[in-house]
Design a protein. Sequence first.
Length: 123
Amino acid sequence: MPRPAEWIRWMPSPSLVPDEPPLDLEHLSRMTCGEQGLERDVLAMFAAQAGEAAGRLGRQPDAALAHTLKGSARSVGAFRLADAIEAYEDDLRSGADMAIVLEAVQAEAERVCAAIDRILKRS
């Protein structure tokens, strides 16, 4: 039987950083002055833009599109998506292999779009 000191090795560690939600809804509320109708409209437009743009970035690198999407993501409170796009931009400038950051952009875009879909269905 393992002794208590050995148990520590076998126990999974919880993340030190809590899972950040895909959208900062307080930020979005501040940006829309708390107008829920406007929030829904902005989220619907952003979801359409983000899904389409993430797909386009996967087919063809595009610095201008990435920059536009990053700004839009920040304006609605999708900060993790904006950070992933910033990493994409950095790799695009440096000529690095973009497969990993592109995967992160697309995964986070899907996560944000799913969250938006849940919000829109709820309201």
